[in-house]
Design a protein around this ligand. Structure first.
Ligand code: HEC
Length: 115
């Protein structure tokens, strides 16, 4: 009975997932990914990767859309803002000292699985 009552809620939740095929990545799978653009890949290796492939840091894993979709839903501008200003364990600027706003956008798109 209880399961029957829950069913509509589960269906609703499933309907909210933009890509039901998105699967969680292991840290190893996440660490094996890199941005296609060589310069962006260099920035990623120096800055974002040290946290965004390590679950213990609390950072969403790069390439894992199950961890990024709710953040992506906030919009690119909101994500750019939290990157520049910092957010809890996320340091302002993400430890990239030469990143332009467009670099950040490319890094965010890559990590959110939208490259
Ligand atoms: C020192 C570790 C660390 C580094 C380095 C780091 N991040 Fe993060 N990042 C985090 C953590 C932790 C969170 C989760 C923050 C939260 O939601 O509480 C996060 C979250 C984010 C978010 C989601 C923000 C939101 O509004 O939901 C974006 C975007 C992001 N990081 C981008 C970057 C980019 C781009 C870089 C590299 C230039 C980077 N991060 C480098 C730790 C890091």
């Amino acid at each position: 009975m209880r399961a029957l009552l829950l069913l509509p809620a589960v269906l609703l939740l499933a309907g909210c997932q933009p890509e039901p095929s998105a699967k969680p990545l292991t840290p190893e799978q996440s660490a094996a990914l890199k941005p296609a653009d060589a310069r962006i890949a260099g920035l990623y290796e120096q800055a974002c990767k040290s946290c965004h492939t390590v679950p213990d840091t609390g950072a969403p894993l790069a390439g894992d859309r199950t961890q990024w979709d709710t953040r992506w839903a906030k919009g690119e501008d909101a994500l750019l803002n939290s990157t520049i200003r910092g957010l809890n364990g996320m340091p302002a600027g993400g430890q990239c000292f030469s990143c332009s706003p467009d670099d950040y956008k490319a890094l965010i798109r890559f990590m959110a699985g939208r490259e």
